[in-house]
Design a protein around this ligand. Structure first.
Ligand code: SF4
Ligand code: SF4
Length: 369
């Protein structure tokens, strides 16, 4: 395993972190819970192979995931870093934060968490977090040693990430970044230069890169032996990134991913540059260059045009049509397109001069015929 310092003042963490969200589960609906017999050997194999970072959250697996992680790893607690998350929406009244943090500590059989995140922040959740003073609650918990590092996970436009980081309390962040979505890249570099630790989720773009398979691999000049390996080499090759989370569901996946990270010792810095050059060339093939800046997010119907363009480019530029169409439908972007009033308020803000209302309809036609 390789290790890297997590931010300016952070510990040495394994470059591969265990994202526990997808641990095997049994039962359906409200009865769904972690499958202890399946989960324990997977988590222990990861630990034995040198993974020292385990990330869970308040809500994962019907709120059973923190317990599972605690049970499987409590006897090696001092050798690992435990990370969890609480959405600001879980904090409504004074005392909520503290009560839920203490509940998490109990479930995880520990007296402190190494990293504690405001979960899935966007502009709205951040406003709520400030209103209910979750930022102050986290500072107090840190002062008392209940959490060692204050963190946030992020799902919004890059400029919102900077606004949140400017609050000045966060040590690390968790965001999306992968071969087919680098919209966060510039702000990641800016925040890493300020000393924040950067952790990546979705290195395989929610499975799109692995689904793209051999066709996807042919686009790049790479020594990687699989799309999964290519995806991790790209993400971990970025100097701003300390570690990537992978949602591993079997011992085989753990062993494969660890082997990938071990092979990265021979990685030449020019390799990542070549991936970037290929990406730039591929994007030039697109008739639509959206940077994901979100300046167009002024829509009275709450349409987010960048989501439509992301799906379109995944299909058109990287040839991932079926996977992109699935996401397009799951996110109900077709319904968004139907809601569009054609007012043009979004297009007036776009620095790329994209004719947004027309493009939304073209993209709907492209996916649905
Ligand atoms: S043109 Fe459509 S997407 Fe753009 S602001 Fe108006 S309603 Fe929203
Ligand atoms: S459509 Fe234009 S304004 Fe909107 S995210 Fe893309 S580049 Fe930015």
């Amino acid at each position: 395993m390789q290790y890297k310092q997590f931010g300016k003042n952070g510990p040495m963490v394994s470059r591969l972190g265990f994202g526990c969200m997808r641990l095997p589960a049994v039962g359906e609906g409200k009865d769904k819970h972690c499958d202890d017999e399946a989960c324990t050997p997977i988590l222990r194999r990861a630990y034995d192979l040198g993974i020292n970072f385990f990330d869970t959250a308040w809500g994962y697996t019907n709120r059973d995931n923190q317990r599972m992680v605690g049970e499987a790893l409590h006897d090696v607690r001092d050798n690992i870093y435990l990370s969890s998350k609480l959405p600001p929406t879980e904090v409504q009244e004074p005392g909520d934060f503290r009560r839920k943090l203490e509940h998490s500590l109990k479930l995880m059989q520990t007296d402190h968490l190494d990293f504690y995140h405001m979960h899935a922040l966007n502009a709205g959740r951040w406003e709520h977090a400030k209103k209910v003073q979750m930022d102050l609650d986290m500072l107090k918990a840190k002062e008392e040693g209940l959490i060692r590092h204050i963190s946030f996970s992020f799902h919004d436009a890059p400029r919102v990430m900077v606004e949140i980081a400017d609050r000045g309390i966060f040590d690390t962040l968790l965001c999306q970044y992968n071969l087919i979505d680098q919209s966060n890249e510039a702000v990641m570099a800016e925040l890493a230069a300020r000393g924040m630790g950067i952790m990546i989720m979705g290195p395989v773009a929610g499975g799109m890169i692995t689904t793209g398979g051999e066709d996807f691999m042919k686009l790049y000049d790479t020594p990687a032996q699989s799309p999964q390996e290519l995806a991790l080499r790209f993400v971990l090759g970025n100097p701003s990134v300390s570690l990537a989370l992978s949602g591993m569901q079997s011992i085989q996946m753990v062993e494969d991913n660890v082997a990938i990270v071990e092979r990265m010792e021979q990685m030449d810095p020019a390799e990542v540059e070549s991936y970037r050059t290929t990406n730039d060339k591929l994007r030039q093939l697109s008739d639509l260059y959206c940077t994901g800046c979100a300046y167009c997010n002024v829509c009275p119907m709450e349409i987010r045009p960048q989501q439509h363009f992301k799906a379109y480019n995944r299909a058109k530029v990287w040839g991932l049509f079926e996977a992109a169409k699935k996401d397009y439908l799951e996110d109900e972007l077709d319904k968004d397109a139907e809601k569009c009033l054609g007012c043009g308020a979004c297009a007036a803000e776009c620095p790329q001069f994209i004719g947004i209302p027309e493009k939304l309809q073209e993209i709907k036609q492209y996916f649905l015929g």
